[in-house]
Design a protein around this ligand. Structure first.
Ligand SMILES: [Zn+2]
Length: 673
């Protein structure tokens, strides 16, 4: 479920690789054969570190991208697969957690039964929409759809008050689009226009599959496009959404009602099951006005069409195979360039992880994650925190007053490693072995209500935003904590038996990346307690902005194909975290190994550090997937997560004896942290 937070991850889950089982045997190793030594590291370090890997690892047909960490994701998925196959076998002595994940998976796998039932499992919900009598009933129906996990019209949730992080309040955010972002509806370049035509064709096809005549389906698809375009126009753009002040408008219910008098808010909140509340954060009031216009200006028939589409769209993966295939044709093939659908078991593993993540994760942790892994990671976190402290103290552009505040914030960062201390209790979620769509709806309902129940309650600082098998990590500025799921604490990020240089270039950089998020253009606006509060002197803030602008301009100059440049402002936080994280990881390494300079495999500790860093990001991407990433993802594509960093590091240039003016040793470099 989407949540309006500034949680910053290592990469976007939805865009992470979806790897292929047949390629993996055993844990991947730090791999010098991945390099292309014919390339000068000072000309293109990414190619030098990854060239042979890139050549030898084409993208499998069912992937949009294929990277080195994909191997790790695949290994995790195989473990989950084993757990679920076992759990799905009927046995009298299954514990409650095993029953839930086992039956969920078994129901999802039974494609034959799903095909035989057709649209019957969705019929009651389709009828509800069909039977709406007038527009005053829309609020209640939208609440119903939100309960099922359908992205209809907007998002309603809970969250910490930006300016009082101990207070959990209600949260309203824009939503309701079928395409990934507002720009997809508004851009006029030929590729965007073509993509919109294909999207409308897809919506039409989905209506036809649900039983509409082609003529009617065509009219309906056009109505959906018109409706969503109006929502897109009323939505805030991604770069503005990175600015906390621009998405913070706390108000009472009367003020909300004044923005959109046509929407029955009281009925909506009652039907959503939210506890009573006084204050709500409206991320973007203009969007609420757009809702009002939509209610007044759209016929009830078109509203029904739009809601039916959103319901079909969000249920597609659990509907008969013709729907699954059509859904893939657009969202997998057209949008991301993927050639073939993933095997059903892979999808069902992922859905179980998505809907019952801490139940499945609990079993995963029992099998994979020991106390030793936690202790070693903790030790590295301490080394990285120490290095960031040194870095802050050494900055020549920051005054002692702001430095003192920065160190207070650094000291206050808490860390969570591996898995939750307290597991989520799914005992109230009914999971049946023969009702896959119902299982998903009930899991979504549980999650929706679990989030809303937080309103007015003390903040739960133990909860996680990622499941344990996830290959990712995040910093949460409102919690002021860093989080590393068990899934990432493995090769190629973390090895039990390699020299420190390799681990600091891997998981060390990841830890440094997350810590630096506390001090990037967004994170720096929150204080040690997670409040949106300025702790900078105006002069220091200005010095920061100047350095951040250097990074933003630098990355805006990188292009992925002729004419397609990165958005330096959208990716600023992530690029700052990559740069700062690498620098402090190297500092931490040098603190740890002291003067040791012995070569291993012919490389110095510094060279091995950079090679390890480079090789994490070895990856092949489909052009469609890269285009989508550049447009919507705050993370830069892989080659820039390597080359974009090393060009700013004299330490790199020294390690590889680069001469000033070479591509990886430009005269002008950027340096924030
Ligand atoms: Zn990040």
């Amino acid at each position: 479920m989407f949540k309006l937070t500034f949680v910053a991850s290592l990469f976007l889950c939805a865009l992470a690789a979806q790897p292929n089982a047949s390629r993996v045997s055993g844990p991947p190793k730090f791999d010098l054969t991945a390099m292309d030594k014919s390339v000068d590291p000072c000309v293109n370090f990414y190619q030098y570190a990854c060239g042979t890997w890139i050549k030898n690892n084409p993208i499998p047909a069912d992937q949009a991208r294929w990277g080195r960490f994909s191997e790790l994701q695949e290994r995790n998925r195989e473990i989950l697969h084993e757990i679920l196959e076992e759990a799905s076998k009927p046995a009298a002595n299954r514990d409650a957690v095993t029953q839930k994940i086992g039956d969920y998976y078994a129901a999802c796998m039974d494609e034959k039964a799903i095909d035989a039932k057709g649209l019957a499992p969705l019929q009651a919900e389709l009828d509800r929409i069909h039977n709406l009598k007038d527009k005053t009933q829309l609020a209640e129906e939208i609440a119903r759809l939100h309960t099922l996990g359908v992205n209809a019209l907007f998002q309603f949730n809970s969250g910490q008050d930006f300016k009082d992080s101990n207070d959990v309040i209600a949260q309203f955010d824009q939503g309701g689009l079928g395409l990934p972002d507002r720009e997809y509806y508004l851009k006029e370049d030929p590729k965007s226009v073509e993509l919109r035509q294909k999207y409308v064709a897809h919506v039409q096809k989905m209506f036809e599959l649900s039983g509409e005549k082609p003529e009617q389906a065509k009219t309906d698809a056009a109505a959906v496009m018109q409706f969503e375009t109006a929502l897109a126009k009323g939505s805030l753009d991604l770069v503005s959404r990175r600015d906390p002040e621009k998405v913070y408008h706390k108000m009472g219910k009367p003020e909300l009602a004044a923005l959109s008098p046509a929407f029955k808010w009281t009925e909506y909140f009652a039907a959503s099951g939210a506890p009573a509340f006084q204050s709500i954060n409206i991320s973007y009031p203009e969007f609420v006005k757009a809702i009002n216009t939509a209610i007044e200006g759209t016929s009830l028939a078109d509203w029904k069409t739009y809601l039916t589409w959103q319901l079909l769209h969000s249920s597609a993966t659990f509907l008969p195979s013709v729907f699954v295939q059509e859904n893939f044709n657009f969202f997998g093939k057209t949008l991301n360039g993927t050639e073939a659908m993933r095997a059903r078991w892979k999808r069902c593993v992922d859905f179980t992880n998505q809907d019952l993540g801490e139940a499945l994760g609990r079993k995963y942790v029992e099998r994979t994650f020991g106390a030793e892994g936690k202790a070693r990671t903790l030790k590295m976190v301490e080394a990285l925190e120490k290095a960031l402290g040194q870095d802050i103290e050494q900055l020549d552009w920051m005054t002692p007053a702001t430095k003192a505040q920065a160190l207070v914030k650094l000291k206050a960062i808490t860390n969570k490693i591996g898995y939750p201390d307290k597991w989520r209790d799914y005992s109230s979620v009914v999971i049946k072995p023969d009702d896959p769509l119902g299982n998903s709806f009930r899991a979504n309902t549980f999650e929706f209500h679990r989030e809303l129940a937080k309103i007015g309650k003390p903040v739960d600082r133990l909860q996680w935003d990622m499941t344990p098998p996830t290959v990712n990590a995040y910093y949460d500025p409102q919690m002021n904590n860093i989080n590393f799921p068990a899934g990432i604490l493995q090769p190629p990020f973390f090895y039990n038996n390699v020299d420190d240089a390799v681990n600091f270039g891997g998981i060390g950089m990841v830890i440094g990346h997350e810590l630096t998020h506390g001090f990037d253009d967004q994170g720096r606006q929150f204080d040690a307690h997670g409040n949106l509060k300025d702790w900078w002197t105006p002069k220091d803030a200005q010095e920061f902005e100047q350095r951040a602008a250097c990074t933003a301009d630098e990355y805006s100059g990188f292009s992925v194909e002729p004419g397609l440049f990165l958005n330096g402002k959208l990716t600023l936080g992530e690029n700052t975290a990559d740069n700062g994280g690498t620098r402090i990881a190297l500092m931490a390494l040098l603190n740890t190994i002291g003067n040791k300079t012995d070569k291993i495999d012919g490389y110095t500790p510094e060279q091995r550090f950079f090679l390890s860093l480079g090789q994490i990001w070895c990856e092949n991407d489909r052009p469609e997937a890269v285009r989508r990433q550049v447009q919507t993802d705050p993370h830069s594509p892989p080659q820039f997560r390597v080359n974009g960093v090393v060009v700013n590091m004299p330490e790199f240039q020294k390690a590889f004896s680069c001469k000033p003016g070479q591509p990886m040793a430009p005269v002008h470099a950027c340096h924030v942290w």
